[in-house]
Write a protein that binds this ligand. Sequence first.
Ligand SMILES: NC(=O)c1ccc[n+]([C@@H]2O[C@H](COP(=O)([O-])OP(=O)(O)OC[C@H]3O[C@@H](n4cnc5c(N)ncnc54)[C@H](O)[C@@H]3O)[C@@H](O)[C@H]2O)c1
Ligand SMILES: [Zn+2]
Length: 356
Amino acid sequence: MKPYRLVRQSRAYPVYIGTGLLERVGELVGGGGKPFLLVPAALAECYGATAAGSFDQIDVITFDDGEGRKTLETANALITALLERGARRDSVAVVVGGGMAGDTAGFAASIFLRGIDVVHVPTTLLAQVDSSIGGKVAVNHPKGKNLIGSFHVPRAVISDVETLDTLPPAELLSGVFEALKGGIIADRVLFERIVEGHELLFADSGATRTELLTDIVRRAVDVKADIVSEDEREGDQRRLLNYGHTVAHGIETAMNYQGITHGEAVAWGMIAANAVAECRGVLPREACNRIDRAILDLRPRELPPLDRDVVLAAMGHDKKFTGTKRVMVLARDVGRCEIVEDVTAAELELAVDAVV
Ligand SMILES: NC(=O)c1ccc[n+]([C@@H]2O[C@H](COP(=O)([O-])OP(=O)(O)OC[C@H]3O[C@@H](n4cnc5c(N)ncnc54)[C@H](O)[C@@H]3O)[C@@H](O)[C@H]2O)c1
Ligand SMILES: [Zn+2]
């Protein structure tokens, strides 16, 4: 089967996007050493079993997911299980699940015997459009998220959009915001597809919805893959992917990662960044309104009252360094963003005040 595209990083890897792929994981992974399927217990019976059934033989290792379990302990438990079941340097870890699973099991695979091959089979929209692409894997530390990690480019990524049919609406919405982000950064058509299709996206499953989801995943993967691929790496373009993330990080920290999905935090973060961009005159008011309206029409949950100083502190804003310059990604139009390195303290405050 022909992949949707190849991503060229330290190695080139195929990304498959479509339907009926879970049944073909074994075929798409290809030969090599003994395969291991790593899957959260909650997904083991449905998606784990289907993917496992596509192999002649595979060892299945389950673990509990949830952001609170994205830890060194979980990664270590996976490594212990791999050792006990005889995994070796040429074994391949096939990881089925959302971003938590991909990050945690991917990290375990990246350090096990100095790294074994990993194949991502993402089952959330966020994981399909974002976390499975690019090679970053990590677990959390009590002092912060994703502080223990590595860079481990996968052997392949297999995204079966039919798995999204069972995704809770809040998780779907989280991924939609990351996809919308990709549209605003570099693909106006992706932005339009989401805006025009948003009712269909949250309707019951059906062929038209699956087609729309396939298109959205493909386009969002293209945006991220183009940015992370090595031939395109001029300077540090990867930072473009942080559009909306400066303030999002502050919001998530102030809320202790409770009562908000990552995508929703990014949604408010994009609105916050747009306020700065519009004030600077880089983003015309009309484009700013279009983007903000598209975000609000998708209905991110309202933010509770937050401590402005906590949000600012988490964004790296320190009153002692009022004079120093900071980096933010600002939109210039739908489909075009830029990295701005001279953001002032006052602008960071303006961003936060726009949404908090
Ligand atoms: N490595 C990267 O580049 C990168 C990028 C973005 C985010 N991330 C990480 O991704 C994580 C978030 O990932 P996420 O949003 O996928 O959340 P998640 O992995 O925590 O999954 C959310 C919930 O959905 C469930 N689930 C997964 N697939 C399902 C399906 N098809 N049907 C029903 N339920 C399903 C999971 O069991 C879980 O309860 C964070 O830890 C974040 O740091 C990493
Ligand atoms: Zn994000």
